[in-house]
Design a protein around this ligand. Structure first.
Ligand code: FMN
Length: 207
């Protein structure tokens, strides 16, 4: 089983990465593989709502990592999205990235487990955490929690390693996610099938 993580900071080795790494190291101890996908520094296109998403993914194609991430997501069993806090919200690049990932590739996530992590010097963590959790709720995903909301604190890269409670929260999140993954696996083996959601009603509040 594998957890795919997304580092929504352009800093490859910054505090968001180190928080995700703490989760990854604990997942490994629980027998779960992980990969940290770097969003990088190249421009990330925003969704333009063209609704031209095809079997091959978003029309922006190879312009950035979105389609590559969706491909990896199809093979993964769980997800952690990590963001630095910018003006009390997730980084613009992770929001643009995930809007397109979920608009064109939601099927890669349905009924899988997910968690988000927000990293800040001081404020805006829970608002950022809430924003990223929205992707899970609309996609029928099961959210893994921890012993606190999944937040860590640090300003300069590396400072987060001094946030002992934050790192403990990351490890406990990994333990809970590993447990959920093992339960899902056991359920599958026992023949429990996935739920079949109703479809059809789409009222848009215009009448
Ligand atoms: C544009 C920008 C806006 C920021 N806004 C906030 C903020 O609202 N609250 C806060 O506590 N820290 C804020 N920070 C600090 C970062 O969240 C913090 O340094 C974090 O550790 C960066 O993570 P990284 O090393 O993974 O990039 C901001 C940083 C930048 C560059």
């Amino acid at each position: 089983m594998k957890v795919l993580m997304l580092n929504g900071s352009s800093k490859k080795d910054g505090n968001t990465y180190l928080s995700l790494l703490e989760i990854g190291k604990q997942l490994e101890k629980e027998g779960i593989e992980y990969e940290i996908f770097q969003i990088g520094t190249a421009p990330v296109c925003d969704c333009i709502g063209c609704r031209q998403c095809t079997e091959n993914g978003c029309v922006f194609g190879e312009d950035d990592g979105v389609n590559e991430f969706i491909k990896k997501a199809r093979e993964a069993d769980g997800f952690v999205f990590g963001t630095p806090v910018y003006y009390a919200h997730p980084s613009g690049r992770i929001q643009s990235f995930l809007d397109r990932v979920f608009y064109s590739g939601a099927d890669a996530f349905r009924f899988k487990t997910g968690a988000s992590v927000a990293v800040a010097r001081r404020g805006g963590t829970t608002a950022s955490f809430d924003a990223l959790n929205k992707y899970f709720g609309i996609t029928g995903m099961c959210v893994a929690g921890s012993t606190y909301w999944n937040i860590t604190h640090g300003a300069a890269p590396g400072e987060v390693l001094e946030d002992k409670e934050g790192l403990q929260t990351m490890r406990n999140l990994a333990r809970n996610m590993a447990w959920m993954l093992k339960c899902f696996e056991a359920g599958k083996k026992a023949g429990i099938s996935l739920p079949k959601p109703e479809a059809g009603a789409r009222t848009n509040f215009i009448r």
